[in-house]
Design a protein around this ligand. Structure first.
Ligand code: KIV
Ligand code: ZN
Length: 521
């Protein structure tokens, strides 16, 4: 591989999923992984296999089904973790990677681990050797690397490379670094470890965004010799998130002159689709002014700018929006479109749907088609993603009626059913501060759980007055279980009701609710 090639390591499904309320089910993770493969990232970090059965299964399924990228599983420097990661990535064969990490900074050594430098060094080497016994491709991360004493960091890098690590990742775990200083550290490591200079091993960077510098730090590190960047789609991740993949990729492309001709293999036209999918699946909305993928990223409002653009696009645009997937809208479908047309459009949008799923979606498509003149790609994506994000339904919505107005106490009547339990339907009515509050209260009475809305957003999925409304909300249930709920409908109150019920069903299917039932049967 050319020494100018930067490996794009996507950790949306691992670090990204650590973002509170962003957890995804297996189906959601598989669809995101499929999209990441279409985006042609080099490495997918699919999860942390030892952490739960669900994480193990997700990594294993992705390793089995996704062709193209390297599939990576995270592990602490302990045998149990490393073995679980090795087992989970096994189906990927030679494309399997184990990513082992251990904290190295003084503050972590003293207060978190209670271990001295020589013990850390020994554990790191043992961990890498164990992982190398399972796969050829091993990455090591000295956690909190940016705050580790540089001399000790050099020692660690030399030792883990000698033990067989091909990639050494220097995480800015707490988002503390600033570009010049981080680049100087990466440059120092590049000079001090012979294998980094010869290309036998590479330096990776993994930057968090606590000071809003994750992308700037990553790019500065590339200039200093880093050849792998760890990032997430739309920058989701722990706390303020990770470096945003789309910004890294487009900065490298657009300013390749400044980055010494550095390139990456990402297929940029898939960027917008990837960001929309990750946003829907994680329930984290993209701000309008977000670079590359925000609604306003290529919107020019001032007359002077519009005039310039009309004369020559490059006067005010440094990237062509079509290069990252904007524009090129196809003819919308209508209620007259047949099942084959809908299935073809689904395929074009990148969804991998079975026969029975297409049939179920076609029924929903017809219902929407009756209410809306045109069914746009975005409407269809919302339908599919609503279908994918469905969780096993403890309760399903059967009937909803809401009265509201400026001189009326908002009142909701809701009937829910337990699918699969014949004759089990319950109906309740409630008043609330607003129509959504009334719906939530009525549902809580039926389901006997109590949720508190923490976050609520409504967006029009496509254009026009009859646009589909998509609600994404977060609800906190009694014992600290934060769940995301999503729902779409041409009626915003119905979309809200579906979203809240989606969160309730996620809660009821989660370990939290099961634990609460055991404690208070
Ligand atoms: O931020 C961090 O240090 C991490 C490591 C596990 C790489 O996510
Ligand atoms: Zn991280």
């Amino acid at each position: 591989m050319s020494d100018k090639r930067v490996t794009i390591f996507d950790t949306t499904l691992r670090d990204g999923e650590q973002c509170p309320g962003a957890s995804m089910n297996l189906r959601e993770k598989s669809e995101v992984a499929r999209q990441l493969a279409r985006l042609r990232v080099d490495v997918i970090e699919a999860g942390f296999p030892v952490i739960s059965e669900g994480d193990f299964e997700a990594v294993q399924v992705i390793a089995r089904e996704i062709k193209g990228p390297v599939i990576c599983g995270l592990a602490r420097c302990v045998p149990r973790d490393i073995d679980a990661a090795g087992e989970a990535v096994k189906p990927a064969g030679r494309r399997g990677r184990i990513h082992v990490f251990l904290a190295t900074s003084k503050i972590h050594r003293e207060f978190k681990l209670g271990k001295a430098q020589d013990e850390i060094l020994r554990l790191a080497v043992d961990g890498v050797k164990r992982a190398r016994g399972l796969v050829e491709d091993v990455e090591f991360s000295p956690e909190d690397g940016s705050r580790t004493e540089p001399d000790f960091l050099i020692q660690i890098c030399r030792a883990v490379v000698a033990a067989g690590a091909r990639t050494v990742n220097i995480p800015d775990t707490v988002g503390w670094a600033v570009p010049d200083q981080y680049a100087a550290l990466i440059g120092q490591l590049h000079e001090s470890v012979p294998e980094f200079r010869t290309g036998k091993a590479i330096i990776s960077v993994h930057c968090h965004n606590d000071l809003g510098l994750a992308v700037a730090n990553s790019l500065a590190a590339v200039r200093a010799g880093a050849r792998q960047v760890e990032c997430t789609v739309i920058g989701i991740g722990e706390r303020a998130g990770n470096a945003a993949l789309e910004e890294i990729v487009m900065a490298l492309r657009t300013r390749s002159d400044f980055f010494g001709g550095a390139t990456c293999g990402v297929h940029a036209p898939e960027i917008l689709k990837s960001s929309r999918m990750v946003s829907r699946m994680s329930g984290l909305l993209v701000q309008r002014s977000k670079a590359i993928v925000g609604e306003n990223a290529f919107a020019h409002s001032s007359g002077i700018h519009q005039d310039g653009i009309l004369k020559r696009r490059e006067t005010y645009e440094i990237m062509d929006p079509q290069d990252v997937g904007w524009g090129g809208t196809e003819l919308p479908l209508t209620k007259h479109s047949g099942r084959a047309a809908m299935a073809a459009r689904l395929k074009h949008l990148g969804f991998n749907m079975g026969e029975s799923e297409v049939a179920a979606l076609f029924a929903q498509f017809k219902t929407i088609g009756d209410k809306k003149k045109f069914v746009y790609d975005e409407d269809l994506s919302a339908l599919v993603e609503g279908h994918i994000t469905e969780v096993p339904e403890t309760w399903s919505l059967d009937y909803l009626s809401v009265t509201t107005g400026n001189h009326t106490v908002p009142t909701a009547t809701v009937r829910l059913r337990k699918p699969g339990v014949k004759g089990c339907a319950r109906q309740e009515a409630a008043t609330g501060d607003g129509p959504v509050d009334a719906v939530v209260k009525a549902m809580d009475r039926i389901t006997e759980v109590s949720g508190q809305l923490k976050d609520y957003s409504l967006r029009a999925v496509s254009q026009g007055e009859d646009a589909l409304g998509e609600v994404t909300l977060k609800a906190m249930f009694g014992n600290g279980d934060l769940q995301t709920g999503k729902g779409a409908s041409t009626d915003v109150i119905e979309a809200s009701a579906r979203a809240y019920l989606n969160a309730v069903n996620r809660h009821l299917g989660s370990g939290h609710a099961k634990a609460a039932r055991l404690a208070h049967p």
